[in-house]
Design a protein around this ligand. Structure first.
Ligand SMILES: *[C@@H]1O[C@H](CO)[C@@H](O)[C@H](O)[C@H]1NC(C)=O
Ligand SMILES: [Zn+2]
Length: 410
């Protein structure tokens, strides 16, 4: 069982935010105001009975709170947690709105409490409302999205997210998690690779169990390259949500894994090619106050568009990771054409007809990445174009600049 009460602490957010400031990343981000999730938002995922029960917690005595808490697994209700949980879910929704309306390209919500263990009618693993599951339903409903990809790189299985979408083919849920053949919390049979989703949702739930601790960068990248990315390209999401838990990084007392914080630069970068770059990362776990802020910074810096660092220590996946990888691929072979063995086609199948193909669609990118205002007499740096203040403004250029001014921090 987890002991979240001693590790899921407010310092997790303060050290992460301080690190973003110290590394000059906070200044490059657009701050999005937070709001409370409404009842209607929360009811997208949770039952009315559960919401009404949580609503009463701010008015309970300590004794009543203890009693209330006992019915759930590994969660502690503080009188203030209902308010915090509404803000956490609301922050995720504000981020979805900002990305879907094009205000920003992508973003990250640094929130507590986390969400991915929480279920329709139950708190669990310090999660009260399922922030990312609510965000996925909200994005589908408000923006009419047909396909949402949820990537859960937290070291725990987000069983709450799985339960929410396991029969829903419009949400593809991918999770890797410490499992150790069901010995690791939450010790569920349904966290294994053969839980692929149900009914119409079969094939849209991907579990990668880690059966050993100490997984490294190579193991993580192998699973991305050989399982997640091929399927994600075939799925072709309209939006990518990340259950961004960093207890899967080195030094974490829960995960006991060995991937370095810079691996999250690569994982983020690889996901930014999907959904036209629309990506919302929402913090889940991460309990080492040294590696957590480093991992957060790696993720945010990549979201800002900086190139990923050279990957270090890529010495190939370990045997246990390879075994998991093969199990997942065969469990999903029947659902995804990218996982089927390509047929061996003979010459006789080669078409003699002239091949035709459409012109590739136009790629829309802002004409200018960043605008720079320089004092008189300062030389224009390489790669920048200079417009003198006294020159007659060309309306075409002014239009472009206005566009840039709105987008340069995004
Ligand atoms: C975080 O990792 C460092 C380095 O391994 C270690 O000294 C420290 O005890 C860890 N902190 C926690 C909370 O596990
Ligand atoms: Zn976790």
């Amino acid at each position: 069982s987890l002991c979240f009460t001693s590790i899921e602490v407010p310092e997790r957010l303060t050290v992460s935010h301080e690190a973003l400031i110290k590394n000059g990343l906070a200044d490059r981000c657009v701050s999005v105001p937070v709001r409370e999730a409404t009842d209607a938002d929360i009811l997208l995922v949770h039952s009315e009975e559960y919401l009404e029960a949580v609503k009463k917690t701010p008015y309970m005595t300590l004794e009543d709170l203890k009693e209330f808490t006992l019915q759930y697994g590994d969660v502690y209700f503080h009188p203030n947690i209902y308010h915090c949980a509404k803000l956490a879910a609301g922050a995720a929704l504000q981020l979805v709105d900002s990305v879907m309306t094009g205000k920003v390209r992508n973003g990250m919500a640094l929130v507590r409490p986390p969400g991915h263990h929480s279920m329709s009618s139950a708190a669990n693993g310090f999660c009260v409302f399922n922030n990312v599951a609510i965000a996925a339903q909200y994005a589908k409903q408000k923006y009419g999205l047909k396909r949402v990809l949820i990537v859960d790189w937290d070291v725990h299985h987000g069983q709450g997210v799985q339960y929410c979408f396991e029969d829903d083919p419009s949400v593809l849920y991918f999770s890797w998690h410490r499992y150790e053949h069901q010995k690791f919390w939450p010790q569920l049979r349904e966290s294994d690779y053969d839980s692929v989703g149900k009914e119409k949702g079969a094939g849209f739930n991907i579990n990668v169990p880690w059966n050993k601790v100490g997984m490294k960068n190579s193991d993580y990248l192998s699973v991305f390259c050989h399982v997640l990315l091929p399927v994600a390209y075939e799925f072709c999401p309209d939006l990518v949500l990340v259950c961004a838990g960093f207890d899967s990084a080195i030094g974490d007392p829960e995960g006991e894994m060995c991937a370095s914080p810079d691996i999250f630069a690569h994982l983020t970068h690889l996901l930014m090619n999907l959904a036209g770059g629309k990506l919302c990362a929402v913090l889940e776990g991460g309990y080492n106050l040294t590696s957590l802020p480093q991992s957060v910074c790696q993720t945010v810096q990549t979201l800002l568009g900086d190139p990923a660092p050279r990957p270090a220590n890529l010495d190939g996946p370990c045997e246990s990771a390879l075994e998991s990888l093969h199990c997942v691929r065969s469990a999903h072979r029947q659902y995804w054409s990218c996982l089927k063995h390509a047929g061996i086609k003979g010459d006789e199948e080669k078409s003699q007809e002239e091949q035709v193909w459409p012109e590739p669609p136009k790629r829309v990118t802002p004409p200018i990445r960043a605008a720079l205002v320089l004092p008189n007499g300062v030389a224009c740096p390489d790669g920048c174009e200079s417009f003198g203040a006294s020159e007659d403004a060309d309306p075409v250029i002014v239009n472009k600049l206005r566009y840039v001014a709105a987008a340069c921090n995004a």
